[in-house]
Ligand binder design. Sequence first.
Ligand SMILES: NC(=O)c1ccc[n+]([C@@H]2O[C@H](COP(=O)([O-])OP(=O)(O)OC[C@H]3O[C@@H](n4cnc5c(N)ncnc54)[C@H](OP(=O)(O)O)[C@@H]3O)[C@@H](O)[C@H]2O)c1
Length: 250
Amino acid sequence: MDQQTVTLITGTNKGMGLEIALELGQRGQTILVGARNRERGQAAVTQLAEQGVQATFIQLDVTDATSIAQAAQQIKTDYGYLSILINNAGAAFDQHQAPATLPTSVMRRDFDINFFGLIDVTQALLPLLLKAPAARIINISSMMGSLTASLMPGAETYRASAVGYQASKAAANMFTVQLAKQLAATDAAITVNAVDPGMVATEFGGSSAATAQARGAKTPAEGVARTVALATRPTIDTATFTNTHGIVPW
Ligand SMILES: NC(=O)c1ccc[n+]([C@@H]2O[C@H](COP(=O)([O-])OP(=O)(O)OC[C@H]3O[C@@H](n4cnc5c(N)ncnc54)[C@H](OP(=O)(O)O)[C@@H]3O)[C@@H](O)[C@H]2O)c1
């Protein structure tokens, strides 16, 4: 990538998004801080600046078509292309309700952000990714979305009960595979991959980072290591689902 690497991360105002922004900014990438809330996004930009990373805030609610269109237009005007899109924004609303009774209204909320939001952002930015000499789409998925792991008694996620969240991540995995195959069949130099960060100490799901850490969650730096590798290695494969140890089952 001879051009300046321009990287947009969704959900950058805290958690793993903020850590990814910091680490990729420290490696010289131009960071666009996607956040749905202006105040929280600007606070993240300030926090990054204090750590030596100059980043730019972009208002981006992945469930809002107008916000997505405006973000795409801003990137087009300011840069004319996008090198890396990291679909990190995510949420889970299931509250451990059982599959037999979890309301579909709750599942729709999971899907709106984790699946449809991810797709809307990706489709809107694809024309700008196609303008970069070699672009990457990295979807922050989860082992919670692995059908194979959910059937393996020894797996960390075997006992998980969040069918809306899990299904939305499984669906996002399928989008990853299908888009990767479509792009690989053309001249487009764009890879599309899914990452499992593992259990990470953030405020995800409404808990505190300290509570998650007490349950054995990894630090944000450990959680983003695979994503940072995919965003910085000179060449990478496409259509993969990996964590820091390698390939994980779809
Ligand atoms: N933490 C874990 O153990 C874990 C494990 C596997 C996968 N993941 C995945 O990792 C990703 C990052 O999670 P995290 O742990 O860093 O959680 P987090 O600290 O809760 O951060 C989630 C981010 O997503 C943003 N977001 C939520 N809804 C959004 C929307 N509609 N539009 C734009 N941004 C929105 C949040 O913004 P607000 O502050 O405005 O809400 C926040 O910046 C998620 O995709 C999650 O599913 C997490």
